[in-house]
Ligand binder design. Structure first.
Ligand SMILES: [Zn+2]
Length: 221
């Protein structure tokens, strides 16, 4: 093996950003069992509690029913707010009023509406952090240092800097096998991949095996 610059362990870019306080408001903390290095990853949406606006639909139908028919969503969004307890997986609708004191155990999420383009209105949730409209509001139990807290952080996917489990597989050996069609149980061209993706997968695959051979003392040159 060639002797170049002395190796200096600096860690991955995301963990460095988290350590400097530039990370998202919620992260997960891990320790590499072999090296003892502490590192951070984004929280996957699957690890958070979610409040999708679609799940409120049945309950809203009851709230909207009036003597003459259904109340328009415009009125409903102005009249009601959702209160949510992520740990208990419960939500309730309460009447919106400016003097209403927020309940500490409940997270308040406002409702809004927007036209769908088919002469209809659609209900949305308002992110408590950015005020933008979103279809799902998430609650993460971890803070910016990856420590679990009693009060969950509530916000949209963007505000909390969440990720998806499938994204975290990118460039892992498992992912390369899928792309190269080597995974068992998955039909070979299960999904069309670009040439660039395939090339990247092959290079990740080669480097991974090269590392294994180097560790075993087998030179590849
Ligand atoms: Zn937001």
């Amino acid at each position: 093996m060639s002797k170049g610059q002395p190796y200096q362990r600096i860690g991955d870019a995301f963990s460095l950003a988290v350590q400097h306080g530039d990370g998202p408001p919620t992260v997960q903390q891990w320790v590499n069992k072999r090296t003892g290095r502490r590192f951070f990853t984004r929280v996957p949406v699957q690890a958070c509690h979610a409040l999708p606006v679609a799940s409120l639909a049945a309950s809203l139908a009851v709230q909207r029913r009036t003597l003459t028919g259904l109340e328009p969503l415009t009125n409903l969004a102005a009249r009601l707010v959702v209160e949510w307890q992520p740990d208990a997986c419960v939500f309730r609708f309460i009447s919106h009023s400016p003097s209403l004191e927020p309940d500490r155990e409940w997270n308040r999420v406002q409702l809004t509406h927007a036209p769908t383009g088919r002469n209809a209105e659609r209900l949305w949730l308002v992110c408590p952090r950015c005020g933008g409209r979103c279809g799902v509001v998430y609650a993460s139990p971890w803070n910016a240092e990856g420590i679990e807290q009693a009060a969950a952080l509530v916000g949209c996917r963007k505000c909390l800097g969440l990720t998806d489990v499938s994204r975290q597989r990118h460039k892992t050996l498992d992912w390369t096998c899928d792309v190269m069609g080597l995974s068992r149980g998955i039909p070979k061209p299960y999904r069309r991949r670009g040439d660039g993706t395939l090339r990247r997968a092959i290079s990740v695959f080669d480097r991974r095996w090269a590392r294994v051979f180097r560790k075993l003392g087998i030179g590849l040159d």
